[in-house]
Design a protein around this ligand. Structure first.
Ligand SMILES: [Zn+2]
Length: 349
């Protein structure tokens, strides 16, 4: 008997390629972290605290306001112990949701209790440790925030390269994220070229706001993947030229439906640009972005996608199968591909 869509989406082996650690903390993870911070003064404000962290569909906050919510998570992951706990619990969440491969991303930052080096070390060690009991495979993408200074860009890029060399089985890529209205892409190009020459894969948050010149510069850079890719089609704040360029290059797009709807980057699910990408046969990968902030999960994003765009289970499974082609860990691709094909055969999809 065919599985109900809900269960089908959970059981479908899925790959998550766009998940920010601090935005992915579930309510339960945050409660556990708060126990470590019981004397921080936040303990009595639990409800207000969660209301602020989660950005729902009816929320009046826009994309630019949403970057502030990360400071809430940052206060809870400012020591090596809490960062390790947050990582462990978040990996478990993804596995419990049927994720078989995760590329987690995070920006190394200095805190009163940690340097950037201990930040990245802690995440790497936690991923290694978790791999002993999880079946899900996890890799790390190092993030650089768009508001970084030139010296921070260099510092984080050098860290990413160094850790990629030391842990090639964990660190796979470098990405740029953060408030899209801040900073200029050109500032990052020398660092990105250096990272790419060292062997790291590159993903760029691209077209989150209307900025056709920057979108064009990013596409010409030919990143391995782009995040969101909203303002590329002319109906969505792009131009004929930016859309033609994406169609020519067919750069895979990490699509985050609920994130875009809840931050008002897309008015609703029906008008989401997924439809244009899918019909133009541009590779799309369904992702969550910040499952904690947007109260979602990867299986929920698959279900919403199926319901909104009338995708059959067979088409959904093929979306997941295709996503395997665009993962950054080259050595894992075949295994994931086989896993998906097995699922497709077993369920006669
Ligand atoms: Zn993102």
């Amino acid at each position: 008997m065919a599985l109900a869509l809900d269960s089908f989406c959970r059981e479908l082996p899925k790959v998550e390629l766009h998940a920010h650690l601090n935005g992915s903390l579930s309510r339960d993870t945050m409660l556990q972290l708060k126990r470590f911070h019981a004397d921080s003064g936040l303990a009595d404000q639990t409800n207000a605290f969660f209301d602020e962290f989660q950005v729902g569909a009816g929320d009046t906050r826009k994309l630019s306001d949403c970057f502030q919510v990360f400071s809430i998570a940052h206060t809870l992951t400012s020591t090596p112990e809490t960062l390790a706990l947050a990582t462990t619990l978040t990996l478990q969440d993804f596995q419990d949701d049927g994720c078989c491969y995760l590329e987690l991303r995070s920006t190394p930052r200095d805190t009163p209790h940690m340097t950037k080096v201990s930040y990245i070390e802690t995440i790497i060690q936690t991923i290694q440790k978790s791999s002993r009991h999880l079946t899900m495979i996890t890799r790390l993408i190092v993030s650089i925030n768009r508001n970084s200074t030139c010296s921070e860009i260099d510092e984080i890029t050098n860290l990413a390269i160094q850790y990629y060399k030391n842990y090639p089985d964990i660190v796979v890529g470098l990405e740029i994220s953060g408030d899209p209205t801040v900073g200029s892409f050109q500032t990052f190009v020398p660092a990105l070229n250096k990272a790419r020459a060292a062997g790291l894969k590159i993903s760029l948050h691209c077209g989150e706001v209307c900025n056709p010149q920057e979108v064009m510069d990013m596409l010409k850079f030919k990143p391995d993947r782009i995040g969101h890719g909203i303002c590329i089609h002319p109906n969505y704040g792009g131009t004929d030229e930016t859309w033609a360029k994406l169609c020519e290059l067919k750069i895979p797009v990490e699509v985050c439906l609920t994130s875009n709807v809840n931050t008002k980057s897309s008015p609703d699910y029906d008008s989401h640009h997924f439809k244009h990408l899918y019909e133009a046969e541009i590779p799309v990968i369904i992702c969550t972005d910040d499952k904690g902030v947007f109260s979602t999960s990867l299986s929920q994003e698959y279900r919403i996608c199926a319901e909104t765009f009338n995708l059959t289970p067979s088409k959904l499974a093929r979306l997941s199968l295709n996503a395997c082609q665009y993962i950054f860990a080259d050595d894992t691709r075949k295994m994931l591909n086989d896993k998906l094909l097995n699922f497709i055969n077993k369920n006669a999809l």
